[in-house]
Design a protein around this ligand. Structure first.
Ligand SMILES: Nc1ncnc2c1ncn2[C@@H]1O[C@H](COP(=O)(O)OP(=O)(O)OP(=O)(O)O)[C@@H](O)[C@H]1O
Ligand SMILES: [Mg+2]
Length: 250
């Protein structure tokens, strides 16, 4: 595992690498979901994943996000095999490196927007004042400066989604995983979220986005098409953007 120093050379290194990954859920009988899937994310790359419902996209994100372990195969984050780690160790990797926007948001119902966004900072021991400032700044960026004290049930679906995006970014993660982050948003709000992800990417971070919409996927540098739990094809969209590590996004 790195010590947080950016890599010296410009060569794109793999920050995420999956090799021959299988995931089988046991529900009385085995339910195979990922089937010999291999995928590499270069440092600073922006990848979109597309594929039919049930093809294993969220399962794949859960493995990369260190929320779950594969049945077989290797998942490496920054060159470290995370499949052999304990749950606590995986949680540490997640907290240090990964920002996750869940398909179902996973906001805590009793907490305000501000508290939900600040929560990952509590686990990292950030002081209260700074937690508030950073959470408020992120909420402003997603256009929710006037909803900081609302609880999730007092927000619209799209607003909840934006809180989830703000929470995923508050730790300044180097790897951002977003599962349908624009799924239930109008086109203007979708655009704001995608602009924010563009900036996260432009700052040198690695972004992986799941979407059903082609126009959203085209914001990425390549599209990985998943079918029946494996990579069906990879579409390179051309390196239209260049990342600069100095371009801070928050
Ligand atoms: N915890 C679980 N236990 C058993 N089966 C599961 C579990 N999680 C997912 N599955 C099954 O795995 C398959 C893939 O699910 P997954 O959520 O990864 O699909 P997805 O590609 O994200 O679909 P969608 O586009 O609808 O979000 C589905 O058939 C689902 O029923
Ligand atoms: Mg899904």
């Amino acid at each position: 595992m790195g010590d947080g120093t950016p890599s010296e050379d410009a060569r794109a290194e793999a920050v995420v690498s999956l090799t021959g990954v299988y995931k089988v859920y046991e529900l009385g009988q085995p339910v195979p979901v990922l089937d010999d899937l291999s995928l590499t994310l270069a440092e600073g790359s922006y990848t979109a994943i597309m594929g039919p419902s049930g093809s294993g996209k969220s399962t794949l994100l859960n493995l990369i996000g260190c929320l779950d372990a594969p049945t077989a195969g290797i998942v490496e984050i920054d060159g470290r095999d995370v499949t052999t780690l304990s749950e606590d160790e995986r949680a540490t990797v997640r907290g240090e490196k990964i920002g996750f926007v869940f398909q179902t948001f996973n906001l805590l119902p009793r907490l305000s927007s501000l508290e939900n966004v600040a929560l990952p900072l509590v686990f990292r021991g950030v002081a209260r004042e700074e937690r508030r400032d950073r959470a408020a700044e992120l909420l402003e960026r997603v256009g929710l400066e006037d909803r900081m004290d609302h609880r999730p049930t007092e927000l619209s679906g799209g607003q909840r989604q934006r809180v989830a995006v703000a929470r995923a970014l508050v730790n300044r993660p180097t790897i951002v995983l977003a599962d349908e982050p624009t799924g239930s948003l109008d086109s203007e709000t979708s655009g704001q979220i995608l602009d924010l992800l563009d900036r996260v990417h432009a700052a040198g971070n690695t972004v992986l986005l799941v979407t059903h919409e082609r126009t959203v996927a085209e914001r990425a540098e390549r599209i990985v098409h998943v079918l029946d739990g494996t990579v069906e094809s990879v579409e390179e969209l051309g390196g239209r953007r260049t990342a600069s590590a100095n371009d801070r996004w928050t």
